[in-house]
Design a protein around this ligand. Structure first.
Ligand SMILES: [Fe+2]
Length: 350
């Protein structure tokens, strides 16, 4: 299986993965042979790329940290909470649903042990917030598991991560998706979403108070320059410090109306450069152990001018995966092969 950016998708390619919208609706099933119409429709929906099966990448498997079904259910659950008119009769059922989804995410992560966050996410503009919320939950839970958190702690972390932006339900989609610069009033409105989210959760649900607090604190910076409370260091809950990092990573890697996706390797560099200022250094260290710069199935450009597909990542050497060269079909292990020492990856083609 390999990842193909949407602008390089061609009729005749076979889908390697089901494609869903934020409603959990199946748009195109695995094995479907793409034609012009499908490509146009997916392009119009804003999909950045697709996973396809082909002979060259046969045998390349992408390990899913959370099963597609759990992911889909979670996206649907978050979406419903975002669009519902919370009234107290519904909130008990919604709370139970979120609790169940959180538990399923945690169980998948614990079951998959030392899997790495290894996949490009196929989120679409309109449903961005729901896809993003679930990604932040998965990435946060992975970091929490790596830090040996108890199941109870992981539950608080994953719940807060899944609901971190719930305050945005009170903001207009125009404000959230506008490509233009915000004026002062709009900026203030946007900066208020952690507080709106925390108040909403407190008013309608019975989640542990630490969940609400972590939602409130998810834009705080480790050095005190964040918002809304300008808290610093360990005064910010560990859950919020983890969510902060997962949030920035996923947002930067995503295509948004106001920016193109940033290369994961560049996002990793950005995060490393902000250790101790924006991010908790300990959380960054844990993150670097779980993240990949070049996801499996993606095409990369090499310093010798050749191209390759990423086959496998190694947690201690995230910049030196095992790859299959497009031009020669040779398999090269950038971490171990002596004669590949002078080859580096220069670009991920996304
Ligand atoms: Fe946020």
């Amino acid at each position: 299986m390999r990842y193909v950016p949407m602008n390089l998708a061609e009729p005749g390619m076979a889908l390697g993965q089901d494609v869903y919208d934020g409603n959990g609706q199946l748009l195109a099933a695995r094995h479907l042979i793409l034609d012009k119409e499908y490509i146009k429709a997916l392009l119009n929906l804003g999909f950045p790329g697709l996973y396809v099966d082909d002979e060259f990448t046969e045998g390349i498997r992408i390990q899913q940290i959370v099963s597609p079904q759990v992911r889909r259910e979670a996206i649907r659950g978050v979406r419903e909470l975002f669009i519902s008119n919370a009234c107290d009769e519904d909130s008990a059922a919604e709370e139970a649903r979120i609790k169940k989804l959180v538990l399923e995410v945690i169980e998948d992560i614990l079951r998959n042990g030392d899997a790495m966050y290894n996949m490009l996410d196929l989120k679409v503009y309109d449903d961005y917030t729901y896809f993003h919320s679930v990604n932040v939950a998965v990435l946060s839970a992975m970091m929490g598991a790596q830090m040996c958190m108890t199941k109870q702690e992981l539950t608080i972390l994953t719940t807060a991560a899944m609901l971190h932006d719930i305050g945005k339900k009170f903001l207009s989609t125009e404000l959230l998706n506008t490509p233009k610069l915000l004026d002062e009033k709009e900026k203030q409105e946007l900066l208020d979403h952690p507080r709106l989210g925390c108040d909403f959760l407190k008013q309608h649900f019975h989640f542990p108070s630490m969940v609400c607090l972590s939602v409130l604190e998810h834009h705080e910076w480790y050095n005190g320059e964040g918002y809304p409370l300008h808290k610093k260091g360990d005064d910010i809950s560990i859950y919020a410090r983890i969510i902060k990092l997962a949030d920035v990573f996923d947002a930067m890697c995503s295509k948004r109306p106001y920016h193109e996706p940033v290369q994961p390797a560049d996002v990793v560099e950005y995060i490393m450069g902000r250790m101790g200022s924006e991010f908790d250094p300990n959380v960054v260290t844990v993150f670097l152990n779980r993240i990949v710069a070049y996801p499996v199935g993606c095409e990369v450009e090499l310093s010798n001018g050749q191209h390759a597909i990423v086959m496998e990542n190694f947690s201690d050497f995230i910049l030196r995966p095992r790859i299959k060269i497009v031009e020669t079909e040779k398999i090269v292990n950038l971490m171990e092969d002596e004669d590949a020492r002078n080859i580096t990856i220069t670009k991920l083609l996304i």
